[in-house]
Write a protein that binds this ligand. Structure first.
Ligand code: AHR
Length: 530
C-alpha cells in the first residue's frame, strides 16, 4: 500500500486533492479557498514627490487620567523604581526610541479644570485637588509644569500645552505663558528661576481649551469662537518664543462647527483641532472589548478607523474655503481606539489592553495623516501610557511595549520626510455585506534620499502578493520589518511581553523593474528600498 502512495505522480495527487476537496464538508472547502493569497498591484510614484510630513504627526498625549502620569511616567524621586528626578528611566528610554516629537499635556477634559499655579513650587506645599473628570481621585499636583518640561527634555520632545478655558481665566493664560517663556526680570520669570529653572522654555503650541462643546464647557460654536478670540489675545510671545494658538474643533463630524470657527476666528488661529476615536461598535455605552473579539468586530473596527480619512477630507474642505493657503494646521490632537474597560478594572482609569488589531488601526491612521500632510500638521495619539491606545503599559516596576508602540517605532522613518504618492489596486476585504480596502499604504523619501513604504494588510485570512513598481527609481534591494501574530487578538502581557513584536521582512523577490512582496495576513510592513 505504501508503495502505491509513493508512486503516485503529481497529476494523481492533484486529482486526489480535488476529489477530497469536493467530498469535504463546505466549511473545509471554504477554508481551502480562504487561505489563497490575493493579488494586488502597487505603484510608488517616486517621480512625483509631494509635501513634507510634519514629524509632529507622530505626537503623543499625556493626561492626568488613570495611571498615565502617576505610575506611568512619574514615580517620584524616592521611588525604588529607577528614575531621573522622579521620572521613570525605563519609560524615558522606550519613548526615546520612538523619536517622540511633541507631547500634549495636561488634558483632555482635565485641562479645563487645571490651574497651573497648583503645579509649581515645593511639592509638599502643592494643593490636593479632586480630579472630577477621572474617577474623583486626589490630584497631588506632584507633576506640574517643571516636571512636564523636564520630561519633554528627557525624551527630546516639544511641549504642547492645553490651557483652561472651562473654568480658567485669560489672566492665567497670560501669566502661564510668561512664566514659561519669558527671559525678562519680571516677577513671574523670577518665580520660575526661584523654582529651579533659570532659562525659559520654548512653547510653540498652546491650545485654547479642550472639547468646549462637551467637557470643556458645553458651549455653542459661536460662543466658543468669541472666547477663543478673547483668550487667544492673552497668549503672548516673549523672548523670541512664538506661540501658535490652537482652537478646539467640535464633535468629530460637526462640519458646521468648523465653518463657524473658521469664519469667526480663522484669522486668529494657527491650528484647529479634531478629535476622533475608533469604537468597534460606535456605541459609547457598549464600545466593545479590547481583547475578546472575532472577525466581525475586527472588520468593523478597521472600517471605523478608515473613517478618519473622510473626516479629515471634509474638515479640510471647509478649512480650504476660508484658508486656501493652508496657513492653519489641522491638529488631530486626540485619536485612537477606545474599548470598554476590562471587567474588574477601575472604569474611570480608561486602562485597556492593546492587540494586533490596535497596531493595524494605528498604522492605517498614520498612513491617513501622511496622505493629508499638507493640512494635518500634528496628531497626538490618546494616550501615551496606561490609558486608551497606549504605547506602554506599566505594572509597578514592570513595563511592556504594546503592538501600537511597535508601529510608531517602525513608522518613525517617515518623520519629516517628503510624501511620495502611492497607487494601489487590490480587491476589497469583505465581511458579510461590508467591504473595506484590503491594503493601505503610504510612502515617503527622507532627507538622505531613502525611500520608505509602509503597507498594511487588513485581511486577517489572506496573505497578499503585491507586484510593486517604483517610478523614478530602480531598487536593487529591499530591507524592512513586519509586525504580525498568529491570531487577531494577540497581545503582549507582563509575563509574555514579546508575543507581538517586529521581525525582519524577507518575503520579496526583485524581478526586473518589479518587486514582488508577500505580506502576511493581518500585518504591518515597513520597507526601505535601496
Ligand atoms: O482621552 C480621553 C478623553 O477623551 C479626553 O480627556 C477628552 O478630551 C476626550 O473626550
Amino acid at each position: 500500500m505504501r508503495g502505491v502512495w509513493i508512486s503516485l505522480n503529481s497529476r494523481c495527487w492533484l486529482s486526489l486533492f480535488v476529489f477530497a476537496l469536493m467530498a469535504a464538508p463546505l466549511s473545509l472547502r471554504v477554508l481551502a479557498q480562504t487561505t489563497e493569497p490575493f493579488k494586488a498591484d502597487l505603484v510608488i510614484r517616486a517621480d512625483q514627490p509631494q509635501f513634507t510630513i510634519n514629524r509632529n504627526i507622530y505626537g503623543q498625549f499625556a493626561e492626568h487620567l488613570g495611571r498615565d502620569i502617576y505610575d506611568g511616567l512619574w514615580v517620584g524621586e524616592n521611588s525604588p523604581i529607577p528614575n531621573t528626578r522622579g521620572i521613570r528611566n525605563d519609560v524615558v528610554a522606550a519613548l526615546k526610541r520612538l523619536n517622540v516629537p511633541i507631547v500634549r499635556w495636561p488634558g483632555g477634559c482635565f485641562a479645563d479644570e487645571y490651574h497651573w499655579r497648583d503645579g509649581i513650587g515645593p511639592r509638599d506645599k502643592r494643593p490636593q485637588r479632586l480630579n472630577t473628570w477621572w474617577g474623583g481621585v486626589i490630584e497631588t499636583n506632584a507633576f506640574g509644569t517643571h516636571e512636564f518640561m523636564d520630561f519633554c527634555e528627557l525624551i527630546g520632545a516639544e511641549p504642547y500645552i492645553a490651557g483652561n478655558v472651562g473654568n480658567g481665566t485669560p489672566q492665567e493664560f497670560l501669566e502661564w505663558v510668561e512664566y514659561m517663556t519669558s527671559d525678562s526680570d519680571s516677577t513671574l520669570a523670577n518665580l520660575r528661576r526661584q523654582n529651579g529653572r533659570e532659562k525659559p522654555w520654548k512653547v510653540k503650541y498652546f491650545a485654547v481649551g479642550n472639547e468646549p462643546w462637551g467637557c470643556g464647557g458645553n458651549m455653542r460654536a459661536e460662543y466658543y469662537a468669541d472666547l477663543f478670540r478673547r483668550y487667544g489675545t492673552f497668549i503672548k510671545s516673549y523672548s523670541g518664543n512664538t506661540v501658535q494658538r490652537v482652537a478646539s474643533g467640535g464633535p468629530p463630524s460637526d462640519y458646521n462647527w468648523t465653518e463657524t470657527l473658521m469664519n469667526l476666528a480663522g484669522r486668529q488661529m494657527q491650528g484647529y483641532s479634531l478629535h476622533y476615536y475608533t469604537l468597534p461598535t460606535g456605541n459609547w455605552d457598549k464600545k466593545g472589548s479590547a481583547t475578546e473579539f472575532g472577525e466581525a468586530e475586527w472588520h468593523k473596527t478597521l472600517e471605523r478607523t478608515l473613517r478618519m480619512d473622510e473626516l479629515i477630507g471634509k474638515h479640510t474642505a471647509v478649512m480650504d474655503k476660508h484658508d486656501p493657503q493652508k496657513r492653519v494646521g489641522l491638529i488631530v490632537d486626540e485619536w485612537g481606539t477606545w474599548y470598554d474597560a476590562a471587567p474588574g478594572k477601575d472604569q474611570g482609569a480608561l486602562y485597556q489592553q492593546n492587540s494586533l488589531r490596535d497596531a493595524i488601526a494605528a498604522a492605517i491612521n498614520l498612513n491617513i495623516f501622511q496622505k493629508h500632510a499638507d493640512r494635518v500638521q500634528m496628531a497626538n495619539i490618546a494616550q501615551m501610557i496606561n490609558v486608551l491606545q497606549a504605547m506602554i503599559l506599566t505594572d509597578k516596576e514592570k513595563i511592556l511595549l504594546t503592538p501600537t508602540y511597535h508601529v510608531f517605532e517602525m513608522y518613525k522613518v517617515h518623520q519629516g520626510a517628503t510624501l511620495i504618492p502611492t497607487e494601489l489596486t487590490a480587491p476589497d476585504y469583505k465581511f458579510g455585506q461590508d467591504s473595506i480596502p484590503s491594503l493601505h499604504a503610504s510612502a515617503s523619501r527622507d532627507a538622505a534620499g531613502r525611500l520608505h513604504l509602509s503597507i498594511v494588510n487588513l485581511d486577517p485570512n489572506h496573505a497578499a502578493q503585491v507586484t510593486t513598481k517604483i517610478m523614478g527609481m530602480s531598487a536593487k534591494n529591499v530591507t524592512g520589518r513586519v509586525l504580525t501574530a498568529p491570531v487577531m487578538n494577540a497581545i503582549n502581557t507582563f509575563d509574555k511581553p514579546e508575543t507581538v513584536k517586529p521581525a525582519p521582512f524577507t518575503s520579496f523577490k526583485i524581478e526586473g523593474d518589479q518587486i514582488m512582496l508577500t505580506l502576511p495576513s493581518k500585518s504591518v510592513v515597513v520597507l526601505e528600498f535601496q
